[in-house]
Write a protein that binds this ligand. Structure first.
Ligand code: DOR
Ligand code: ZN
Length: 452
C-alpha cells in the first residue's frame, strides 16, 4: 500500500462546493494530509508549482469496458488504463462483459488478479447478474465487486436480460448490502421488434441504427427499473442515458425519493443525429446518439442535477468490426482518454460551470460506489488523486495520443480549450502532458459492504 509524497503549490482547486484560489495541497504517503497556504514541504518531498492552473480531483470513470480477459483483439487493460492516466482518470470501474463474463466469485477474483499487475490507475470490478446467477450476488460482493451490471437490452457480449423476478431480487439484495446496480436500460423485445421493422425497409444508412432503437425502448426500461428500485429501496444507476423520455422518467423517480442515479456520456452531449453523415458507424453506440432535441434535454438534466454522473462508456472494438455496414458494425468506441478533456472544454466555453465537472465525473461516481471520500474529492485523508489542467492552453485530439489498439474515436481532430498537464495517483505523477510516466502502479479497490 502506501504511496508517494508531493506538495502542489498555488493551485486553483476546483471542487463541487466551490473554487479555492491559491492553495497548497500536501500529499504524504499517498494521502492528502494538509490543504492550506504557503505550506512548507517536509524534507525530501517534491514541489510542483501549478500557479495559474486548475487542480481537480482525479476522475472516477464508473463505466469502462477494457476487454480483458477474452477480447484482447479489441483492446487490453494495459492500454486502457494508460489512456485513463493520460486523460486525467485515476480510478476506473470495469464492466463485466469480458470473457468469461464476471458472473461468480471465482471469475471475479481471477479477473482482479490478472488486471492488478497491468493497471496504470486504480480499478474496481463489476459483476454481472442474469437469470442464472442471482445466488452468487452476496459472494461476489464479499469477494470485492464494487457493484453489478444488468443488461436489459442486447449489446456486446449479448448477455441475456434477466426476468423481472431476478431484477426485483437483485435490487432487494442491493438495498441490503448497499451495492449499486448499473442498468443498461433498453427493452430487449422492443429493440428486436423495431430493428426487424427498420431492417425490412432495406435501409442501410447509419441513422437506421438510431431508428431501430427508438426512445420508447429506453423509456420503458427506465420506468420499470425506477419502479422496482422504489419498491425494493435498491440502488439503481441508469447508465448511458440518451433519450429525453428516459430523463423525464428519471426526474420523476428522483423527485419521489427513489434511490436512482443517472449517467450520460460525452458523446450524447456533443454529437447528435446531424453527425451521422460525417461519422457513419464510427459513432454507432448503444443506445444510439439521437436528435438535438434529446441532446438539449440531456444538457438540461446535467445542469439541474437530474443526471448525476458522467462516465465514458469506453468501449473499443477492432477496426474490422467498426468498418462494417450499419447493421453489422460493432457499437461503441474508446472514450476514457477524451472524457475529461471534452468536459473541461465545455466548461471553459461556458456551457457548464467548472464546479460541475468534479461533481459529475469524480464526487458522484465515488459517492454512489461507496468510494467517497477516499476517491472523488480532495480533502484531508483522501487519496492524493489529482489532475492539473492549464485552462489557457489547448488540446487537439490526435490519433497518435491514444494507447488504444484501435483509436477509432469520432473526436479525433477536435480542438479543445484547456490541456491536462499532470495526472497524479496517490501522490505520484503518472502522466505528464499526455505521456504516461512510470509503470503500472494501480491497485484493485474492493468495497467492504456494511451489513446493518
Ligand atoms: O455501445 C455499446 N458498447 N454499448 C454498450 O452498452 C456496451 C458497449 C460494449 O461493450 O461494446
Ligand atoms: Zn457500457
Amino acid at each position: 500500500m502506501g504511496g508517494d509524497s508531493i506538495l502542489i503549490r498555488n493551485a486553483r482547486l476546483v471542487l463541487p462546493e466551490g473554487i479555492l484560489e491559491d492553495v497548497d495541497i500536501l500529499v504524504e504517503d499517498g494521502k492528502v494530509t494538509r490543504i492550506g497556504r504557503e505550506l512548507e514541504p517536509p524534507r525530501g518531498v517534491d514541489v510542483l508549482n501549478v500557479e495559474g492552473k486548475l487542480v481537480l480531483p482525479g476522475v472516477v470513470d464508473e463505466h469502462v469496458h477494457m476487454r480483458e480477459p477474452g477480447l484482447e483483439y479489441k483492446d487490453n487493460f494495459t492500454n486502457g488504463t494508460m489512456d485513463a492516466a493520460s486523460g486525467g482518470v485515476t480510478t476506473v470501474l470495469e464492466m463485466p462483459n469480458t470473457l468469461p463474463p464476471v458472473e461468480n466469485r471465482k471469475v471475479l477474483l481471477e479477473k482482479a488478479h490478472l488486471l492488478a499487475s497491468k493497471a496504470y490507475v486504480d480499478f474496481a470490478l463489476y459483476g454481472v447478474i442474469h437469470d442464472g446467477n442471482i445466488d452468487e450476488f452476496e459472494e461476489m460482493v464479499y469477494a470485492g465487486a464494487i457493484g453489478f451490471k444488468i443488461f436489459l437490452g442486447p449489446t456486446t457480449g449479448n448477455i441475456p436480460a434477466p426476468s423481472d423476478a431476478t431484477i426485483y431480487e437483485a435490487l432487494l439484495k442491493s438495498a441490503k448490502l448497499k451495492t449499486p446496480i448499473a442498468f443498461h436500460a433498453e427493452n430487449w423485445s422492443l429493440v428486436k421488434y423495431f430493428t426487424e421493422k427498420v431492417k425490412a425497409t432495406g435501409r442501410m444508412d447509419p441513422k437506421a441504427h438510431m431508428d431501430a432503437r427508438p426512445p420508447i425502448c429506453e423509456e420503458e426500461a427506465t420506468i420499470r427499473i425506477a419502479y422496482y428500485a422504489k419498491k425494493t429501496r435498491g440502488i439503481a444507476l441508469i447508465v448511458h442515458m440518451s433519450a429525453l423520455e428516459a430523463v423525464e422518467a428519471l426526474r420523476k423517480a428522483r423527485s419521489e425519493g427513489v434511490n436512482i442515479w443517472g449517467e450520460t456520456n460525452p458523446h450524447y452531449l456533443l454529437l447528435s443525429s446531424d453527425d451521422y453523415d460525417k461519422y457513419g458507424t464510427l459513432m454507432k453506440v448503444n443506445p444510439p446518439i439521437r436528435s438535438r432535441e434529446h441532446q438539449e434535454a440531456l444538457w438540461k438534466a446535467v445542469l439541474d442535477g437530474t443526471i448525476t454522473n458522467i462516465g465514458s462508456d469506453h468501449a473499443p472494438h477492432a477496426r474490422e468490426e467498426k468498418e462494417k455496414n450499419v447493421w453489422e458494425a460493432a457499437a461503441g468506441f474508446p472514450g476514457v482518454r477524451t472524457l475529461l478533456p471534452l468536459m473541461i472544454d465545455q466548461a471553459l466555453r461556458g456551457k457548464i460551470p467548472l464546479t460541475k465537472i468534479p461533481e459529475l465525473l469524480s464526487a458522484n461516481p465515488a459517492k454512489l460506489f461507496n468510494l467517497y471520500p477516499k476517491k472523488g474529492t480532495i480533502t484531508i485523508g483522501s487519496d492524493g488523486d489529482m489532475v492539473v489542467v492549464d485552462p489557457r492552453s489547448e488540446t487537439i485530439i490526435r490519433e497518435e495520443d491514444f494507447h488504444s489498439k484501435h483509436p477509432l474515436s469520432p473526436f479525433i481532430g477536435w480542438r479543445l480549450k484547456g490541456r491536462i498537464e499532470y495526472t497524479i495517483l496517490r501522490g505520484a505523477i503518472i502522466a505528464r502532458n499526455g505521456e504516461v510516466t512510470g509503470g503500472p502502479r494501480g491497485q484493485w479497490i474492493r468495497y467492504t459492504p456494511k451489513t446493518s
